[in-house]
Design a binder for this molecule. Sequence first.
Ligand code: F6P
Length: 468
Amino acid sequence: MSGRLVAISNRVSIPRKSAAPGGLAVGLLAAMRSRGGLWFGWSGDLTEDEPGETDVVKRAGVTYAITDMRRELFEHYYYGFANGMLWPLFHYFLETFRYRDGYYDAYLEANRFLAGRLQALLEPGDLLWMHDYHLIPMARLLREERVAGPMGFFLHTPFPHYEVLRALPVYAELLRDLCAYDVVGFQTANDLNSFRDSIQYVWGEGAVRDEKSVFVDGRRVRVGVFPIGVEIESIRAESESSQASEQVKRMVRSVGGRKLVIGVDRLDYSKGMVERFDAFQRFLEASPDSHGKVTFMQIAPLSRADMRSYESIREQLEGLAGRINGQFADTDWTPLRYLNRNFSHDILMGFMRAAHVCMVTPVRDGMNLVAKEFIAAQDPRDPGVLILSTLAGAARELTNALQVNPYDTRGVAQTIQTALSMPLSERRQRHRSLMEVIRRNDIHAWHGNFVAELEAAGSKQPRAARRK
Ligand code: F6P
């Protein structure tokens, strides 16, 4: 069976040059480009009244269908519930988590609105693939409207342990909604285990009697681990060709032969940037020889900037960056460059290829594609070194990176030193083995494996039942 793939996510990335989209959008774009199909979601625009028609555009074999959303509904659903409650909870930030039931109502209403718009676009035989914590209820809502085709869900973030999940008053509703899918996929075995444990707590041992499925309300839901990857060839090509671009050349010139340490993250409290800046400060204190010889460039485009928790992390980072440069800068050297802006994807890959070290040190992350992009962007003859948090999903696969606990300031500072002085033979050997891993689990393996599972689930349904 090979139906049309319909991907649904809150944010849809219609390819454009100006900015590099986040992890979900990068991964899904590569999947959609190689397989074709329909990608549906929010347009990025808000309206004061009921939104107009869904816009449909075709680009390079992919049909994008995007809808505006009503501002108040969007704010309550996206800032209030998805990013004010689920995001902190799924990333173990209980102190940032505040519950308001009105936001949950808005979350359901927004999902109902999106499901309604989607339904009008569906064709018989479609395979529906929903992405991320914004859209958990969507399968149930579509099934209530008697859409019966195969539906899969992939969670890009961590899935928290039951003891954290159950801080959410509506956690059982969310679990039940996840079980309205045919396939539910996670980034790592940890996330899958947490999900299975939660199901067992609520529905008992019988619900998790088989490794690859859970059984709730008489339905079998296939579950699995599908680590998201990157498109290796296109990253290699971008990182090589952008070396000739004026922007990359200017950056390299400005670093002036110093060693370049790079960090690239959405400005988010889960990314561990405060801890990273602290560790860089500790490194500078402990290594006077490095003064004038190392530049750390942190690229951190603003994200969800209207939320208080994001404003506060931004203020902390600005204060720290100012203090570090105030303490160590010289007339001809600024140790830390902190940029709240974005670059196009090819330029970012060019920066990464030019860097000696990349710091990917989130305090919690579903996967983190920057880690994989950095590896793919390197020159294999003279590769840079990846410092990777043990608390990122990517650490499960990238065991040959220099792994650190992001809270261990001294340990991270020492690891920066180790990375900067690593001999070429060791850098090459680590890079070779990391490349093998990211090649095995590349973006095509990710969507290929998930969609195969979804197709298998679909083939078990009687044909007549697939359409309402
Ligand atoms: O990690 C979850 C995720 O969906 C990422 O894949 C993506 O980069 C990020 O969140 C996007 O967040 P937002 O759509 O809120 O900017």
